[in-house]
Design a protein around this ligand. Structure first.
Ligand code: ADE
Ligand code: ZN
Length: 356
């Protein structure tokens, strides 16, 4: 390594350290996707549930996915160990501790009720656990937490409507509606009545779109569902008019780089289109999606992207962090406070928000 290479490498390390310690929001994480193999085994033992794998190492070794569906099959199987209120409390508390370590000040967290109600585990079991862990995270970690109820798109719209209905008694404990699971063949158009109901109930609306599905699903999520934010959305890049629209209207895409590599949405990290979306003016940021399955929490995602894509500058890194705060559903005052904290953090590290 010559002197200038060494210089560049140490600058990159300093940038990574600054990004990891920076205040940030995580806007795309599934609580069920934070189930680490070790906790899965502990809960299986606690609840007398038999697992197909002999050890947590064997389970982790099974995490080689060819596409979204191969992951979802394992993810839904993993949910089976979650049986009691304490299980959900333990699961969420473990995530919040990790998030706080990563500098997360705001977490907007998906939960999939249908993955549990289908197994006879009802709202009265999982909601108190999720609510308790969130209250503890707010009190002990200073984290701001909001839950987003996510409906499984491979099931019917009527099933989604029934889920939203069953959630009514817990309405104060979630802020929005999301749409996840198998994207191909389950277009946004299938859920127009559900999203109209969510709007009538005053819920914020987001939807997974353009992960494996086409750019048209991103457009439809906006036009047919009134989605305010798109989860993933990376395939929007196939339609430059759509990219321009996202940039013009300030629609955020909650991008999950390690997830996209693990699920073969992109061939490798160096080929990820996060930089091109960012440079086109789209409000993108970095999230973990299902960190226990994809090899890392939010800082591991920032690190992987910044290491693989040398073209991402200091200003780009700042923009990703700022976008995460700005795209959250927290109050404008709260967002302004966090943004001031981010700016102070950046300046304290001798970094210039505007400079490459
Ligand atoms: N559920 C959990 N993770 C998901 C993903 N990446 N895409 C769709 N549904 C999901
Ligand atoms: Zn997701």
């Amino acid at each position: 390594m010559n002197a200038s290479d060494a210089d560049q490498s140490s600058q990159r390390q300093a940038l990574l350290a600054a990004v990891c310690a920076a205040p940030k929001a995580e806007l795309h994480v599934h609580i069920e996707g934070t189930l680490e193999p070790e906790l899965a085994f502990e809960l299986a033992r606690r609840n007398g549930v038999a697992l197909r794998w002999a050890s947590s190492e064997q389970l982790r070794a099974a995490y080689a996915f060819g596409d979204l569906q191969s992951f979802l099959d394992l993810y839904y199987a993993g949910c089976d160990v979650l049986r009691t209120t304490q299980d959900f409390d333990d699961l969420a508390w473990a995530y919040f501790q990790r998030a706080a370590t990563d500098g997360v000040v705001r977490a907007e967290v998906f939960f999939d009720p249908q993955s549990h109600t289908a197994r006879g585990v009802g709202f009265e079991v999982f909601m108190p656990g999720l609510v308790r862990a969130a209250a503890r995270a707010e009190a002990e970690l200073g984290l701001s937490v909001a839950y987003i109820l996510s409906v499984l798109r491979h099931l019917s719209e009527d099933a989604g409507m029934a889920t939203l209905q069953a959630a009514r008694p817990w309405r104060e404990h979630f802020i929005g509606l999301g749409l996840d699971s198998s994207e191909r063949g389950n277009p946004p158009a299938k859920f127009t009545r559900l999203y109209a109901l969510a709007r009538a109930q005053g819920l914020r609306r987001v939807a997974h779109a353009g992960e494996e599905g086409p750019a048209a699903y991103v457009r439809d999520a906006l036009d047919l569902l009134g989605a305010e934010r798109i989860d993933h959305g990376v395939r929007a890049d196939d339609d430059q008019a759509l990219v321009q629209r996202l940039a013009r209207d300030g629609v955020a895409l909650t991008v999950c780089p390690l997830s996209n590599v693990k699920l073969c949405v992109v061939p490798d990290m160096a080929a990820h289109n996060l930089p091109s979306l960012l440079h086109a003016g789209v409000k993108v940021m970095v999230n973990s999606d299902d960190p226990a399955y994809f090899g890392g929490y939010v800082n591991a995602n920032y690190t992987a992207v910044l290491q693989a894509v040398p073209g991402l500058s200091t200003a780009d890194a700042y923009r990703l962090l700022r976008n995460s705060l700005q795209a959250s559903f927290a109050s404008a005052e709260q967002i302004a406070t966090w943004t001031v904290q981010l700016d102070a953090h950046w300046r304290a590290r001798g970094l210039d928000a505007a400079k490459a």
